[in-house]
Design a protein around this ligand. Structure first.
Ligand code: UTP
Length: 246
């Protein structure tokens, strides 16, 4: 299995430290956060991992250079998450099975989210799976929100009817949010290749996934751990706490 870790973002919510250190390289105990994500991907069965960085993030490359099965791609313009993932198109060329995508600033404490999703996908014939979490209703406007197909909720998993990027609470189809982990059919790259800019003028991964829904089944899985967003100082402090107690 192949895994992509997008880590090319600017980190403006974590200035000024991100002028010196990419947020993905901040320590969680003795390891950079990104190494915990590489470990998660490997334990879930990924033997080839491509990290997408921007030219200012050479520190990431230097740290992982020589690590087995780790390669790098560059995103040279900040055009959004979908665009970052697209930079790994060559890496996934000819891949038949689903590809893992793990956001470089999202840590999950309490479970291996990627491994959970791989198990869910295998049980459903290799279908695409989005890792999810429940969020407070009033905060739906910060997330990609999933609409389950009626009657398909089975434990923590469900079939996805559609997804909406950052809906207002009164328009949100549920309180189930996309949470930093994806296991996607490589067909998504066909959609990413001609995806136009969406919310925020960025090429959104969720827009390409929504288009792919017309031809491929997609499942949501609320993983049992807690997602920690280390993209800002407050989330980072919470992550330190969560991993200290893990
Ligand atoms: P964020 O939404 O946190 O964006 O990206 P950001 O640019 O990193 O951070 P701020 O908003 O400036 O503080 C979520 C994930 O997607 C990656 C980021 O590296 C992060 O892992 N990303 C985002 C890219 O790789 N490229 C992009 O153009 C945008």
């Amino acid at each position: 299995m192949k895994a992509i870790i997008p880590a090319a973002g600017l980190g403006t919510r974590f200035l000024p430290v991100t002028r010196a250190v990419p947020k993905e390289m901040l320590p969680i105990g003795a390891k950079p956060a990104l190494e915990l994500i590489v470990d998660e991907a490997r334990e879930a069965g990924a033997d080839e991992i491509e990290i997408v960085i921007s030219p200012g993030k050479e520190l990431v490359r230097r740290y992982f250079e020589g690590a087995k099965g780790v390669s790098f791609a560059y995103q040279r313009e900040q055009k959004g998450l979908g665009h970052a993932v697209l930079q790994a198109a060559e890496f996934v060329r000819d891949e038949k099975g689903p590809v893992l995508i793990l956001l470089g600033d999202a840590l999950v404490a309490g479970c291996n989210a990627a491994a959970e999703m791989v198990a869910v996908s295998r049980a459903r014939g290799g279908a695409s799976v989005i890792g999810c979490e429940r969020v407070p209703r009033e905060k739906t406007g910060r997330y990609g929100i999933l609409e389950p197909v009626d009657g398909t909720m089975d434990g923590r998993c469900f079939k996805v009817e559609t997804l909406v990027e950052k809906p207002r609470p009164e328009e949100a189809p549920s309180d189930i949010a996309v949470a930093g982990r994806y296991l996607l059919d490589p067909a998504v790259f066909r959609y990413l290749a001609d995806q136009t800019a969406g919310v925020g003028g960025e090429i959104q991964l969720t827009d390409a996934i929504r288009r792919m829904l017309a031809e491929r089944a997609l499942y949501g899985c609320i993983y049992p751990g807690r997602r920690q967003d280390i993209g800002n100082p407050d989330g980072y402090f919470k992550a330190l706490e969560a991993f200290r107690n893990a």
